[in-house]
Design a protein around this ligand. Sequence first.
Ligand code: NAG
Ligand code: NAG
Ligand code: NAG
Ligand code: NAG
Ligand code: NAG
Ligand code: NAG
Ligand code: NAG
Ligand code: NAG
Ligand code: NAG
Length: 457
Amino acid sequence: MDTLRSMSKSMKIEGNPFGSSHQRNQIFLRFVAFFLLIGLAYRFIITDSTVSPVPDVRTSPGSPPADPSGLTAVAQAPASADSPGNLTNASHNASTKCDIFTGNWVADPTGPVYTNVSCRHIQEHQNCLKNGRPDANYLLWRWKPRDCDLPRFDPELFLDRMSNKWLAFVGDSISRNHVQSLICILSQVEEVEEMYHDKEYRSKIWRFPSHNFTLSVIWSPFLLKAETFENTEGVSFSDIQLHLDELDHQWTDQYINFDYVVISGGKWFLKTSIFHENNTITGCHYCQGKNNLTELGYQYSYRKALRLVLNFVAQPNRKAQVLFRTTTPDHFENGEWNSGGFCNRTMPFNESQGEMKSEDESMRSIELEEFRKIQKGSNSDIGLLDTTSMSLLRPDGHPGPYRYPNPFAGLKNKDEHNQNQNQIQVQNDCLHWCLPGPIDSWNDLMVEVMLNREVYR
Ligand SMILES: *[C@@H]1O[C@H](CO)[C@@H](O)[C@H](O)[C@H]1NC(C)=O
Ligand SMILES: *[C@@H]1O[C@H](CO)[C@@H](O)[C@H](O)[C@H]1NC(C)=O
Ligand SMILES: *[C@@H]1O[C@H](CO)[C@@H](O)[C@H](O)[C@H]1NC(C)=O
Ligand SMILES: *[C@@H]1O[C@H](CO)[C@@H](O)[C@H](O)[C@H]1NC(C)=O
Ligand SMILES: *[C@@H]1O[C@H](CO)[C@@H](O)[C@H](O)[C@H]1NC(C)=O
Ligand SMILES: *[C@@H]1O[C@H](CO)[C@@H](O)[C@H](O)[C@H]1NC(C)=O
Ligand SMILES: *[C@@H]1O[C@H](CO)[C@@H](O)[C@H](O)[C@H]1NC(C)=O
Ligand SMILES: *[C@@H]1O[C@H](CO)[C@@H](O)[C@H](O)[C@H]1NC(C)=O
Ligand SMILES: *[C@@H]1O[C@H](CO)[C@@H](O)[C@H](O)[C@H]1NC(C)=O
């Protein structure tokens, strides 16, 4: 952990957090770079120690854990305005006209189906229970679409329906966050076997043996062919070269295997990048004049990328059912990730409180426009997994400082030495989601759209 801390410290100094606090693009660049850095540091830790990246668990399979998280003791059911409906009794008929993406979070004292103990697939940085996040009310909500009830994810049923199938998630670290949530839910019914991981543990394949259900996550943050340049510490030393007319073979080469694909773009498009089209450089995003190139903006590259992706998956010979997941809002308040921004709320927003940041707004409109275009123009099996607004209402669902155990240990000493600096001491993550946490509900929506698709078309 000391490595992480000193790395994040040098990152802050190098990043000059005071100079450009209004430049959210730049900030995101750093934020993303920071997580990449952390990811690399994590990799060093795991490769150096030849220890499995999956932390040891002391549960004996078969015997249910006796609430080791202390959830029941800590958590109180939030005051409920809406009495919870019948979770298990989905009226699918009502769903015909129901927009499951619009709604509210309502109190659900049942809590999550897994904990840090019953699921051993939670990455340390999202393991808020293990890392000592003190409040637990964020675990006691369920998503309630405005006009209908959403059935709760049934892992048995899901695994049965997915027998002999292959589901792949393609995207960035949020996709990894999502797939870990899915695995945690499913592993309560059947433990998963890891079949493959790449060197960086960013792309993986798992299998649920008794159902012959295969699950992949493919690291492809741009979905496009892209060259990124990082030194061994994960710090970028040259601009990203982004090929706006070529998809990333990491996922397209395997595409023929998949029966279901959940694909998403996102924050990486906010990084400085040079655009290539037709073998020439056509422009860039956030180039700050240094390359004498035309600033075309991330909106340009994001739209081009999505168009290419959607055209690829919509080709008539494709067998895979595709869900396109919309962008994820972050919840940094009073600053950004590197300038003291934090997310210490302990309650969801109600429908009128959430406010989207302009980048998220802009990315989502591009997503919806391109999705509608492809939906009109083809008979393909592409659905929308519009998790943006439900996620926007959960400022309480992020790790914040609880990215590792005891984040505040030793802080008091540092404070005494740095009293005049308003520089932050502890890194907050207000982008990824705690596991268990609100992202678990993405799977409820995913299953509905995937397996009851005809209802929502
Ligand atoms: C929930 O289900 C129970 C029986 O299973 C029923 O008595 C009750 O009326 C239902 N509530 C709603 C809101 O549908
Ligand atoms: C589910 O809903 C149907 C129709 O609303 C109702 O007839 C049935 O009793 C419900 N089942 C349960 C278990 O609540
Ligand atoms: C739902 O619709 C189907 C056919 O459209 C019908 O057979 C079924 O009875 C309906 N179920 C309920 C609970 O209304
Ligand atoms: C799970 O979290 C609790 C705190 O909520 C902690 O005491 C326990 O050690 C954790 N166990 C594992 C295996 O992470
Ligand atoms: C297992 O599933 C894969 C597809 O994911 C399929 O190709 C293969 O035939 C299945 N194996 C068996 C034994 O059914
Ligand atoms: C690239 O080439 C295609 C076809 O040759 C053309 O339609 C397109 O406008 C070109 N794009 C750029 C940015 O020059
Ligand atoms: C930058 O662009 C300007 C205007 O297009 C041009 O006059 C200048 O020569 C370019 N500089 C370089 C270094 O390419
Ligand atoms: C969040 O932190 C701010 C600033 O430290 C504090 O004023 C506020 O009360 C905190 N909110 C909660 C819910 O802890
Ligand atoms: C949402 O919450 C705010 C602040 O707590 C409150 O003022 C507002 O009335 C709430 N709106 C609804 C629709 O509940």
